[in-house]
Design a protein around this ligand. Structure first.
Ligand SMILES: [Zn+2]
Ligand SMILES: [Zn+2]
Length: 358
């Protein structure tokens, strides 16, 4: 058997996901895995995997155990087969959430929210450390400007839907992995509107939506790290009528810096110096995120020694604190010597040897 996938990965969420994010991710995946929407043979296996992940992550206690101990922390919670799974505690909520994924369950039908959008931006090390404002351009579905989202040619009449008699709802029998159930769903003919467009809007062909390029400024907070996702609520595709829009997720990629690297909120900087400087001591100008700083390297400093420039690091994302800049001394052995340098080193060597004898 293949090793179990990480539950967060299964649901496509990160470790900090809120209960709401988990529920949303589950609904979306459960919907995609439904046999009506998925022709693949592996949809049942996938569905089991999603259910198992959701069963654990939607339960605070199990989630905490899973976060601490991984699969071992929650093993035994779920059996191997589908028949073993779920008819204990927690099943009710999963069941409801599953039904909710189809807008069924309680007989109400909620219009589908807009799709989430994903975008990636690349920023510099300094921009990530100090914060910046980034331009992003997204292509998203918005309300059609010609018909204001109605889908009908402006000024045209609509007719009552004959399939649902204008109610917008129809009864429907569905097959699911749980068996058969009757579901009241939105009328597919009129999309729950109760009325039909007789003369569609020529711009959006009746969809009520149009795709538009949209430019926006994104405020990137100081201290953001490579691989972080920023979520912009409601900036995704427009939803169905009455439903909220999707969200926009912006993945942050931070370009590597030529000489700074990052360790949490500390900036790490390697300072190369030569033998003589290390032995005699020296003063060096060190670049920091906030301008140059003079560093005193005391005589007799060893390679690898770390000097701390307090508060010259990166802003902490969630609290008002800054890291430090760590300067690591790298004593560089010369690879080539001039004739004069060679003589000096030979003299030095002789002197060291005499010292040792004493
Ligand atoms: Zn339109
Ligand atoms: Zn209808």
């Amino acid at each position: 058997m293949a090793p179990k996938r990480d539950y967060y990965e299964v649901l496509g969420i990160n470790k900090n996901a809120s209960a709401d994010d988990i529920k949303k991710a589950f609904r979306k995946l459960a919907f995609q895995c439904h046999p009506d929407h998925n022709q693949g043979d592996d949809s049942e296996a996938k569905f089991k995997e999603i259910n198992e992940a959701y069963g654990v992550l939607s339960d605070d206690e199990k989630r905490a155990a899973y976060d601490r101990f991984g699969h071992a922390g929650v093993d035994g919670t779920f059996g191997q087969g589908f028949g073993d799974f779920g008819f204990g505690a927690g099943f009710g909520s999963i069941f409801e959430d599953f039904f909710d994924a189809f807008g069924g369950g309680g007989g109400h039908r909620s219009a589908r929210r807009g799709a989430d959008l994903h975008q990636k931006i690349t920023i510099t090390f300094e921009e990530a450390a100090l914060g910046c404002s980034a331009d992003i351009r997204i292509n998203r579905s918005e309300q059609c400007s010609n018909c204001n989202g109605s889908g009908a040619r402006p000024g045209s009449q609509t007719s009552r839907c004959t399939d649902c008699n204008g109610s917008g709802k129809v009864k429907r029998v569905q097959q699911s992995l749980f068996g058969q159930f009757t579901n009241i769903t939105s009328c597919p003919k009129c999309s729950g509107e109760g009325s039909l467009i007789t003369d569609p809007c020529p711009k959006c062909k009746g969809s009520g939506k149009e795709r538009k390029e949209h430019n926006m400024k994104l405020k990137v907070p100081a201290g953001i790290d490579n691989g972080t996702n920023l979520k912009l609520n409601g900036q995704g595709d427009i939803g169905e009528k009455g439903a909220p829009p999707g969200d926009l997720y912006v993945a942050i990629e931070v370009k590597p810096h030529p000489f700074f690297s990052r360790d949490e909120t500390n900036v790490v900087y390697n300072l190369p110096i030569n033998f003589a400087q290390a032995a005699l001591g020296t003063e060096v100008d060190i670049p920091t995120l906030y301008g140059n700083e003079t560093l005193k390297v005391p005589a007799g400093s060893q390679s690898g020694r770390i000097f701390t420039l307090k508060g010259k690091g990166i802003q902490h994302l969630r609290r008002n604190a800054k890291g430090d800049q760590l300067v690591r001394l790298v004593v560089v052995t010369p690879e080539k010597l001039t004739k004069e340098q060679r003589q000096l080193f030979e003299g030095l060597e002789k002197s060291f040897a005499e010292n040792e004898k004493k």
